[in-house]
Design a protein around this ligand. Structure first.
Ligand code: ARG
Length: 274
């Protein structure tokens, strides 16, 4: 039986997809010819927000801005650890202005905000495990975030950063390939990483939940876990079953409209680590 030592109330930041459309394509999932139902996207987003609140967590809301359709993917705006914020510097100009909106939010909270010099997409490519090896940051590169940003994040946040190279263009952010399940363990799809990165992950996380290609491509790994409840895309039924056998409680949510932008649960949720 699992004992849920890490179960605490978490704080998140989300931004409603009121202006969500797919009018440019910066990842292989985005098809500018496929119709998007913005109203349905908002409804599904509301379902995700309510789920997190029902599980006892706090959700802050960042006001969406016209002309920033990808702002709903709030995970990309910054990365915080111990109340210190490493700001995003987006790869594509279409999303660049989102970083300032996130910055204003953290400044209102009174958190120390560091403007990044290196290209990085926040929690899209960074994650943190407070109880793994005394506090470990995992970081992806290969498609969006530059490897130089990993060193910059380590300087800003004072935690060791493990660099992991992503190799599959469909899995262009770390948070589509790997997510923490609790403070010390992860779920990940090895095939999304270079051979060396796979070795590093196997060494650091021998007890990880190892996911399949299907789990990744149904955006199952793009999950938000509080150490017990794992909120994940409802299409990822295979991963939900593996998580259940590993002792976690899968909580499926439907986010089909947001998949059209190339994202799911985790992309919509930034964690505020105070
Ligand atoms: N359309 C967005 C982009 O390509 C999707 C971002 C998904 N976010 C994430 N955290 N993986 O930038």
């Amino acid at each position: 039986m699992r004992i849920y030592l890490d179960l605490v109330t978490r704080s998140y930041l989300m931004s409603p997809p009121e202006h969500f459309v797919v009018e440019y394509a910066i990842n292989p999932w985005m098809d500018t010819n496929a119709p998007v139902d913005t109203e349905l996207a908002v409804k599904q987003w509301e379902g995700l927000r309510e789920t997190l609140v029902r599980l006892g967590h706090t959700v802050h809301v960042l006001l969406p801005e016209i002309g920033l359709p990808d702002m709903v993917y709030a995970a990309n705006g910054a990365f915080s650890v111990d109340g210190v914020v490493y700001g995003a510097k987006f790869k594509y100009p279409q999303r660049a202005a989102e970083a300032a909106a996130h910055r204003r939010f953290y400044e209102t909270l009174g958190w120390r905000y560091h403007l990044a010099s290196e290209t990085n997409e926040g929690e899209g490519d960074f994650t943190y495990l407070p109880a793994a090896h005394g506090g470990l940051i995992l970081a992806g590169h290969g498609f969006r975030t530059e490897v130089a940003a990993h060193a910059e994040a380590q300087e800003v946040l004072g935690r060791p950063v493990i660099s992991l190279r992503l190799t599959d263009p469909r899995i262009y952010h770390l948070d589509v390939a790997l997510q923490p399940l609790d403070d010390a363990n992860i779920a990940y799809y090895p095939g999304a990483f270079s051979e060396s990165a796979q070795k590093v992950l196997a060494q650091l996380f021998p007890d990880a939940v190892v996911a399949t290609e299907e789990d990744a491509l149904t955006f199952g790994l793009n999950l938000v876990s509080d150490g017990r409840n794992v909120v994940l895309n409802s299409e990822a039924t295979g991963l939900a079953a593996s998580l259940r056998s590993a002792g976690y409680v899968p909580v499926p949510v439907e986010l089909s409209e947001l998949k059209k932008g190339g994202g799911s649960v985790k992309c919509c949720v930034a964690e505020l680590r105070g």
